[in-house]
Design a protein around this ligand. Structure first.
Ligand code: 2AM
Ligand code: CA
Length: 269
């Protein structure tokens, strides 16, 4: 049986209620490392979503942030982030989301990203389109980088390494209208899909952060690739570039310029 979008949407909405309720009491924050944390809400929501899968699709494989791979029939695979943007969640900021995606034979079929605090549910079905609370969404028509609002994020562990995103951030800050750092990659991609941002890039994300958002952007008429064209965005560490079709090549050009500067050891700041 194929997963129905309405069913996944209802799981996401229920998970969102759990997130809002649980934030009223002690979140029991544990640190995976300085900037990577987990709360009892992440664990409870993941357990709830995995239980839904077990009940409805017992033969399907699931990859979930807190408990890893639950390997079964891997032609059917789910990507689950119970709370994307846990740092925001733990600090009381509204920018966090529940992200659920389903892929068949490696092709994303359904994606849902739900922001409970704003009650915004973004959904997409392969070949059918993308929606925000049931209304169709499209990427923006802005076509000049100088008019573009971009979003990015920074992996803490990369800050003092050659893979740091800081150089890209500085160059895009000069060339675009502005660059925002919001804290939930799943929502960032949803905002590109909805035309609120023209582009998003980030380094070293995980498949569960991006799977649903990738389908949202593609179904809304946007482009998603690896930062330098890598095709596989659903395994291992993911470097991602996503934008409307006009802005996408302009962003790639800037990323390539920065890469060249770094390779030639020229001080890029
Ligand atoms: P999370 O809140 O689910 O951990 C912030 O720019 C984005 O990076 C969020 O989507 C966040 O997801 C993700 N993120 C945080 N820590 C991470 C880590 N150690 N590895 C990969 N992604 C991470
Ligand atoms: Ca998470």
């Amino acid at each position: 049986m194929k997963p129905q979008i309405e069913q996944i949407e209802s799981w996401a909405r229920y998970a969102g209620k759990m997130a809002i309720e649980m934030r009223k009491e002690d979140l029991k924050v544990e640190y995976k490392n300085q900037a990577d944390l987990v709360t009892r809400a992440d664990k409870a929501i993941e357990a709830y979503l995995l239980a839904q899968l077990e009940e409805n699709f017992p033969s399907h494989t699931a990859l979930a942030e807190e408990t890893g791979m639950h390997k079964k029939d891997s032609a059917h695979k789910w990507y689950i982030d119970p709370i994307d943007g846990t740092l925001n969640y733990a600090h009381g900021l509204p920018e966090y989301s529940i992200s659920i995606a389903y892929a068949y034979e490696g092709e994303l079929q359904v994606g849902v990203v739900y922001c409970p605090e704003m009650d915004e549910l973004f959904s997409a079905v392969k070949g059918q389109g993308a929606w925000l609370n049931g209304e169709p969404i499209r990427v923006s028509r802005i076509d000049k980088l100088t008019d573009a609002l971009l979003i990015t994020g920074f992996r803490h562990a990369l800050l003092d390494t050659p893979r740091t995103n800081i150089d890209n951030f500085i160059h895009f800050s000069r060339k675009a209208q502005t660059v925002r750092r919001l804290g939930s990659a799943a929502l960032d991609l949803a905002y590109v899909a909805a035309g609120r941002a023209e582009g998003f890039w980030e380094i070293a994300l995980n498949p569960w952060d991006v799977a649903a958002g990738i389908l949202l952007v593609r179904e809304a008429g946007g482009i998603v690739e690896g930062l330098f064209g890598e095709a596989d965005l659903l395994t291992g560490s993911v470097d991602i570039l996503s934008a409307n079709p006009a802005i996408f090549p302009q962003m790639r050009k800037v990323l390539e310029e920065v890469r060249k500067l770094k390779a030639s050891n020229i001080q890029t700041l």
